[in-house]
Write a protein that binds this ligand. Structure first.
Ligand SMILES: *[C@@H]1O[C@H](CO)[C@@H](O)[C@H](O)[C@H]1NC(C)=O
Ligand SMILES: *[C@@H]1O[C@H](CO)[C@@H](O)[C@H](O)[C@H]1NC(C)=O
Ligand SMILES: *[C@@H]1O[C@H](CO)[C@@H](O)[C@H](O)[C@H]1NC(C)=O
Ligand SMILES: *[C@@H]1O[C@H](CO)[C@@H](O)[C@H](O)[C@H]1NC(C)=O
Ligand SMILES: *[C@@H]1O[C@H](CO)[C@@H](O)[C@H](O)[C@H]1NC(C)=O
Ligand SMILES: *[C@@H]1O[C@H](CO)[C@@H](O)[C@H](O)[C@H]1NC(C)=O
Ligand SMILES: *[C@@H]1O[C@H](CO)[C@@H](O)[C@H](O)[C@H]1NC(C)=O
Ligand SMILES: *[C@@H]1O[C@H](CO)[C@@H](O)[C@H](O)[C@H]1NC(C)=O
Length: 731
């Protein structure tokens, strides 16, 4: 049921709940993060131990210097030279600015190396820091360049990677949309656990000089936080020398695993009560974390503090970190009153609806049909459809007779699904098309608005992964909607066993297709459409498991440049973005959150609003705490058969889910970014499905990126494949 009940609660009750939910977070923020007597802050940046400023204030390797920069504000510097932007203990990451040291000259060349360029490199070996391989990306800018990148894992172990760009023909640049597509720009990820890299750039087309002018002869490969760098200002290539790029670094403590480190109490870093140690997954060493239910700094004595339980719950006795439902008696009374008032107004509403239904049952005639047609803004809609050439081909207005014939006068045997809102009937039109007809029960002006809304929005959308609306019928009090019939049930049916297990490949593809549809809604249509009710029961599957996003009743269209609009909360509990819930500000990131819940649902096979999940604090808590504690295997849906090949994919997929579920909407990726990551993952998966014996992993990675770059330029793609197979990376 839509959480409309919230808007019906008394404002005082809502305020009370919000207050209770927000209060505890403030208590936690007041505890100390640095060693006693050490500065906690430099400029505007909080410095939590193990980081520290000054002697004795940090663990070895984590010293920062707090120097005043030329513009007068103090900034912490890592290793005395790298400006730090923020430090996050929970995610074990530090965000820094890295200067580009490569440069290039605008000089015509005839062949081979880009003339006069110093190649970029970075050496963090010997420090506790590693280059995060998931949140950073290598972006290569230039026309017809090959970038080969040497990644250093340790002194003896290096790997090669890289990517290739194609020409910068002016038409391609105009079409390029800010996405690194292979034209004048390509991108690649680093392998796990690297602390060193060196880039080397070459032109592969010696003929290039005939096509471009000299300022386009610059090439650059930059390491940068994914999504931060706006490529559009830099194509065709310009010199990035001395510019600063945001980069995310991981860290780990020491070089040993937990077990060894714990043996020496004087050097072991996880000293807080309620803290635990876990082995770093992508580098040597270990990390500390507070137990679930505790937050704070695990590296400090007494740093982990009891995590406050959410509103109307309290800590379970002798079970740290677990909360149980608890309503203090006085609040129970208030809630009772609140529900009483809500209940009474609901009763009045039902009464009013019944009365109206009775009234209309008495007068079923042509006049009434006309009236409904008008009331439903039929003429407006008809006009709209008639004025839009595209829409005429896709949509039409059906007569009631035609739909009565199609469904054998709304025969109960043809009901496909039934919910709080009404029924969906299967029908066969005169032209033999099979359709699904949505018929609403509720007679309420707001409900009619939703139907009209859905028609208007769907009439503007034409996407393979969005369910098609053939048309509507306006001669009933509540309009009937006529959709294409999708045969294979919902994603929810398939995930939760009613239809048997879904393979990993299917899950990945469904995720990708859903992401494509939502990203399209958010950005590609002429207006931006926010779906607002993304959940697994709204994703339909056809016989080939192609995903189709449906139910646009709650959707809103907004101007693309509008950053957020304030609305009444709508959505489904379990999928609802908490930020939107608290602030009432609707942004595309709320859809990203709901999509993240679907990803978690696909990984764990758990229903977000089941009672089992409710007991453990919700699917999102269950999933994110499982991930934080490195228990992916444990929480994984047993129906996903995991083999070695899939392990990387699962890791990337679950990281992506985690990013979508970030509490702060601004930190979530955009739907376009999510789509791109899933696209890469899907190609990677397909590459594994038909592995070529001779290919090394590096070559596969190159191909992975090329196959994306070559999406719409098939000829160039095969040419490039040839090129890659003949091109030997220097060893
Ligand atoms: C910061 O100050 C220290 C001590 O004055 C100096 O050694 C260091 O080079 C400075 N670092 C930067 C980045 O200016
Ligand atoms: C690059 O070329 C300029 C001018 O030709 C020259 O002065 C400079 O020394 C060269 N730099 C390198 C690193 O070769
Ligand atoms: C990186 O730095 C470490 C320590 O400073 C040094 O031992 C190592 O040789 C350097 N690696 C490269 C490839 O320059
Ligand atoms: C370098 O890394 C590889 C694999 O990651 C490991 O087998 C090897 O022992 C490491 N070498 C050193 C010197 O740490
Ligand atoms: C170089 O470009 C010219 C004209 O643009 C073309 O005729 C010639 O075939 C190209 N040569 C190569 C090796 O691609
Ligand atoms: C070379 O390309 C740059 C960037 O596209 C452009 O601004 C400039 O006018 C071009 N110069 C010539 C001589 O075509
Ligand atoms: C980091 O880089 C960005 C953009 O390159 C710049 O605006 C910012 O001032 C830099 N921050 C510091 C602390 O150097
Ligand atoms: C324990 O760690 C301390 C400090 O790092 C070190 O001095 C000591 O040698 C270590 N003891 C053992 C038994 O490794």
């Amino acid at each position: 049921m839509k959480p409309k009940t919230i808007s019906q609660m008394t404002p005082a009750l809502v305020a009370l709940i919000l207050m209770l939910a927000i209060m505890p977070f403030q208590i936690v923020a007041l505890t100390s993060v640095a060693l006693p007597g050490c500065p906690e802050i430099c400029g505007e940046i909080q410095i939590p131990y193990p980081f520290g400023i000054g002697p004795g204030c940090s663990l070895p390797g984590f010293e920062l210097s707090c120097n005043t920069t030329s513009n007068g504000s103090p900034v912490p510097f890592l290793l005395n030279s790298i400006p730090v932007l923020d430090i996050d203990l929970t995610w074990r990451r530090v965000r820094v600015n890295k200067s580009i040291i490569s440069s290039c000259y605008n000089q015509k060349i005839t062949s081979g190396m880009i003339s006069n360029s110093t190649d970029d490199s970075w050496n963090l070996s010997g420090t506790p820091f590693w280059i995060n391989n998931w949140q950073n990306v290598f972006i290569v800018i230039g026309c017809d360049v090959i970038a080969s990148i040497t990644f250093g894992i340790n002194e003896t172990n290096t790997r090669l990677g890289g990517c290739i760009t194609m020409g910068c023909y002016s038409a391609d640049i105009i079409n390029y949309n800010g996405i690194c597509s292979g034209m004048g720009c390509c991108q690649t990820y680093a392998p796990q656990a690297i602390n060193y890299y060196q880039v080397s750039l070459q032109h592969w087309n010696s003929n290039s000089s005939k096509q471009y002018n000299s300022s386009q002869f610059c090439g650059n490969a930059v390491l940068v936080e994914d999504g931060w760098f706006d490529i559009s200002n830099h194509i065709p290539a310009v010199n990035l020398y001395k510019q600063q790029m945001r980069v995310i670094l991981d860290w780990s403590i020491g070089n040993e695993a937990c077990e060894t480190a714990q043996a020496n109490r004087s050097s072991y870093a996880c000293i807080s009560d309620h803290s635990f140690c876990y082995d770093s997954t992508n580098s040597p060493g270990y990390w500390c974390h507070c137990y679930p239910g505790y937050v704070g700094n695990p590296y400090l004595e007494g740093g982990c503090q009891g995590y406050p339980c959410p509103a109307f719950s309290r800590p379970k006795q002798n079970r740290p970190g677990e909360c149980e439902l608890y309503v203090p008696p006085i609040f129970g009374l208030i809630i009772g009153l609140g529900l009483g008032i809500t209940g009474f107004s609901a009763f009045l509403l039902c009464f009013a609806i019944r009365k109206r239904i009775k009234l209309f049952e008495k007068r079923k005639n042509e006049k009434l049909k006309k009236k409904f047609f008008n009331q439903n803004r039929g003429f407006l809609l008809q006009q709209r459809i008639a004025s839009d050439d595209d829409a005429t081909q896709r949509m039409r207005i059906f007569g009631l007779d035609e739909l009565e014939k199609a469904t054998n006068r709304f025969d109960k045997a043809l009901i496909l699904g039934q919910g709080g809102h009404g029924e969906v009937y299967k029908g066969i039109l005169l032209d033999q098309r099979i359709v699904a007809i949505k018929k609403s029960k509720i007679v309420d002006q707001a409900e009619i608005e939703q139907f009209i809304n859905e028609v208007v929005i769907l009439s503007q959308i034409n996407h393979r992964n969005v369910v098609k609306l053939y048309g509507c019928c306006l001669e009933t009090e509540v309009p009937l909607l006529v959709y294409e019939f999708i045969s294979n049930g919902t994603l929810s049916n398939h995930l939760h066993a009613e239809h048997g297990p879904l393979t990993w490949d299917h899950r990945l593809r469904i995720a990708l297709e859903t992401a494509r549809a939502i990203a399209y809604l958010h950005s590609s249509a002429s207006i931006s459409v926010l779906h607002r009710d993304i959940k697994s029961t709204n994703i339909l599957l056809d016989d080939y498991f192609t995903a189709k996003v449906s139910d646009f009743g709650a959707s809103r269209s907004v101007q693309i440049d509008q950053t957020g609009i304030t609305t009444v909360i709508q959505g489904t509990f379990g999928y609802l973005d908490p930020e939107y819930f608290y602030t009432h500000r609707l942004t595309p990131k709320s859809d990203v959150y709901s999509f993240g819940v679907i990803l978690a649902e696909m990984l764990t096979g758990e229903k977000p609003n089941s009672s089992t999940m409710f007991e453990v604090g919700g699917l999102v808590t269950y999933f994110t705490s499982g991930m934080r504690e490195n228990r992916l295997e444990e929480i994984l849906d047993p129906q996903i058969a995991v083999n070695e090949e899939h392990r990387t994919e699962l890791e990337v997929f679950s990281n992506l889910a985690q990013m979508c579920l970030r509490r702060n909407g601004e930190e979530r990726p955009t739907m376009k970014e999510v789509e791109i990551h899933l696209e890469v993952l899907w190609r990677f998966n397909q590459q594994h499905e038909q592995p070529r014996a001779s290919q090394t992993l590096e070559e596969r990675q190159l191909l992975l990126h090329e196959s994306i770059a070559g999406n719409d330029t098939t000829r160039q793609y095969s040419f490039e494949q040839e090129l890659i197979s003949s091109f030997k990376l220097p060893r």
